[in-house]
Design a binder for this molecule. Structure first.
Ligand code: SF4
Length: 469
């Protein structure tokens, strides 16, 4: 696993000393040896976590995690990346039973922990802990550092009071803090030091598995390297297994052995970190990684800008979760239209789809989007405004006019269903399967089937500069 050298850390006692905490991460990155054993510690199968959010009218549940399967080896660091709201934190919390799974299994060393309750669950919880993103708010400012770290030991009645205090002092040392910090309060520490306190508390019960939820994203870059170094040292020393949740792709690339790319509650691609970063296969992974500046100036990869925003997890698309934004969505063969026309059709379908999110009527949203200032637009106006600058083939025009008529009649659901029927392809109707695209790498996309043009080739055909593969 790539890792970080430990910068010389002075561990002062006040926030004013933050500036002494370390060097830039980029200066301290070196390769270290992987600690994985290859033995599966965590086996997740078709896991779903849905929320009923208690809205006034009830309605559909929020599908935060919508059927993910993967394994984590003992001693491995498995990364989870994706846009905010993709479900990665909910997935992490479900793996350690801070959230209740709706269905599916999480086997931890062979035991399905979603079935545990009461004393069994409490006992198992010692095995799995979490380090939170924000060290400013995750520590109780009314407790001393010693009390904060000792609390899990007290709750689980570990040893005598004296042994617990000794254990806390050992933990302080292991995370690079000083014995005298025992009696200080969190507000007397810098962000990096507070995260060290959070890590010490997470390790107090000697867990095997730790969920690190954006553990360095609230810290200065100079401090991030130190915390990442510490996490790697502790992993080596105690044989820990990590789930590392992050939106910072460069941090993930440095610290993770394997990565899962999440979108709308689904894993779009899973595989060894370097292969996935160098040769992404899934269209969503390609788009996500195209946003990272390319370190090699001879490699030209233009950013793939995705249209629109992710759909609501309360109303995810049927078929592929990425279908509403995918730049290489498979089109139906019986419609012959230009790329520009297909872009307009997608926009038109988006507007109608967003109806379920908006409190305002579809007429209001259309007026806002298309700039109308009159009452509900009639179907002719709608078609003119959305499609005025593209040359519509006759059959496409007939279809959009029919949908616009449904809209004008106040029936956006019928318009949506109609457009889906006439313009939807395989991506809109069939859930993809996982394809083995490389040694140990899986991608969730119809385009890996033999009868289709691959995602990379299709992206290039549509004018994108994308990664090889
Ligand atoms: S299945 Fe279709 S929509 Fe989904 S990523 Fe592949 S090409 Fe895009």
């Amino acid at each position: 696993m790539p890792g970080l050298t430990v910068a010389t850390a002075t561990v002062p006692g006040t926030a004013a000393d933050t500036a002494t905490e370390g060097t830039q991460m980029s200066e301290s990155v070196v390769d270290t040896v992987s600690h994985q054993t290859g033995e599966t510690l965590l086996d997740v199968q078709d896991l779903k976590t849905y929320y009923e959010d208690g809205g006034l009218l009830g309605g559909d549940p929020v599908k935060a995690v919508d059927g993910v399967s993967f394994e984590i080896s003992r001693g491995e660091t498995f990364g989870l990346v994706g846009e905010s709201g993709c479900g990665k934190t909910t997935l992490g919390r479900t793996l350690i039973q801070l959230e209740t799974a709706t269905s599916g299994t999480v086997s931890f060393d062979g035991t399905d922990i979603t079935e545990l309750s009461g004393g069994d669950l409490k006992e198992w919880r010692r095995n799995a802990q979490m380090v939170f993103q924000d060290p400013e708010s995750s520590l109780n400012d009314r407790m001393t550092v010693g009390e904060i770290i000792r609390e899990p030991l007290d709750v689980h009645e570990q040893g005598t009071a004296r042994e617990r205090r000794e254990k806390v002092r050992t933990l302080l040392d292991q995370v690079g803090l000083m014995p005298e910090h025992y009696y200080r309060y969190p507000h007397q520490f810098s962000g990096g030091q507070r995260q060290r306190i959070g890590i010490a508390r997470a390790l107090a019960l000697e867990p095997e598995f730790v969920v690190l939820d954006e553990p360095v994203s609230a810290l200065d870059v100079s401090v991030q390297a130190q915390i990442l170094n510490l996490l790697e040292e502790l992993q080596e020393e105690f044989g820990l297994t990590y789930l590392f949740i992050a939106h910072d792709l460069s941090v993930v690339r440095h610290i993770c052995d394997r990565v899962g790319v999440m979108y709308l509650g689904n894993l779009m691609e899973v595989g060894p970190t370097e292969q996935l970063f160098q040769r992404p296969e899934n269209p969503y992974t390609r788009a996500l990684l195209s946003a990272i500046p390319e370190p090699d100036p001879t490699v030209q990869v233009d950013r793939i800008t995705l249209p629109g925003s992710p759909p609501s997890p309360r109303d995810p698309p049927e078929g592929c979760p990425f279908a509403t934004r995918c730049p290489v969505r498979i089109r139906p063969e019986d419609i012959d239209a230009s790329d520009a026309v297909w872009d307009r059709i997608r926009e038109f379908r988006d507007v109608i789809r967003e109806r379920s999110r908006a409190e305002q009527s579809i007429g209001e949203r259309l007026k806002e989007r298309l700039g109308f200032d009159t009452a509900l637009a009639d179907s002719e106006e709608i078609v003119d405004e959305e499609f005025s600058d593209v040359d519509l083939p006759r059959d496409v025009r007939e279809h959009v006019e029919q949908a616009a008529t449904y809209l004008s009649d106040g029936d956006p659901d019928a318009a949506r269903a109609y457009l889906r029927e006439v313009f939807g392809g395989q991506c809109d109707t069939e859930t993809p399967q996982y394809y083995d695209v490389d040694d140990g790498r899986m991608s969730f996309c119809h385009r890996h089937a033999q009868e289709h043009v691959s995602p990379g080739d299709e992206l290039r055909r549509r004018g994108y500069d994308t990664h090889d593969g």
